[in-house]
Design a protein around this ligand. Structure first.
Ligand SMILES: CCC1=C(C)/C(=C/C2=NC(=C\c3[nH]c(/C=C4\NC(=O)[C@H](C)[C@H]4CC)c(C)c3CCC(=O)O)/C(CCC(=O)O)=C2C)NC1=O
Length: 161
């Protein structure tokens, strides 16, 4: 896993150089948003279950996936879906704190598309639910932190598609 700091330092080290102006600017932006990130993470963790629940209500309930024959039908599969959304929210929060998406590649997206395809989990509905979480989260943490979280929610969606 990388974060905004290690990623800037690693790329300078590869060239055997001190950080240049644009690398310093990246670090400055990251440090300047540190408090915003920490505050957003604590709001999200205090409201995680409610965020997932509201996103499901906005995107999946009463759709084809929850009806008989749908991939979320039966309590076991419904619970698996809620659990997956909770993973996406938690790992997006980690990535937002780190300011870097690499944790998503390593711990969430690795092999996920293949798993979903083999189990018939619909990617389109999953993306809709993640987009709904993005809206609900932005409503709670405010526009700036919401935009930053949006980067990582979108990263998961493009990794799935
Ligand atoms: C932390 C990293 C991590 C991820 C991301 C993860 C995902 C993941 N979701 C799974 C299943 C599943 N995922 C879903 C999800 C959904 N079905 C829908 O229709 C909805 C659109 C959607 C929710 C948004 C469902 C229903 C299953 C169970 C499918 C089945 O067993 O038939 C499975 C198969 C094994 C299992 O059932 O637990 C994995 C590995 N596991 C992990 O360890």
């Amino acid at each position: 896993m990388q974060d905004a700091i290690t990623s800037v330092i690693n790329s300078a080290d590869v060239q055997g150089k001190y950080l240049d102006g644009s690398a310093m600017d990246k670090l400055k932006t990251y440090f300047a948003t540190g408090e915003l990130r920490v505050r957003a993470a604590s709001v999200i963790s205090a409201n995680a279950a409610a965020i997932v629940k509201e996103a499901v209500a906005k995107s999946l309930l009463y759709s084809d996936v929850t009806r008989p024959g749908g991939n979320m039908y039966t309590t076991r599969r419904y619970a698996a879906c809620i659990r997956d959304l909770d993973y996406y929210l938690r790992y997006s929060t980690y990535a937002m704190l780190a300011g870097d998406p690499s944790i998503l590649d390593e711990r969430v997206l690795n092999g996920l598309k293949e798993t979903y395809n083999s189990l018939g989990v619909p990617v389109g509905s999953t993306v809709q639910a993640i987009q709904a979480m993005k809206e609900v989260t932005a409503g709670l943490v405010g526009a700036d932190a919401g935009k930053e979280m949006g980067v990582y929610f979108d990263y998961i969606c493009s990794g799935l598609s």
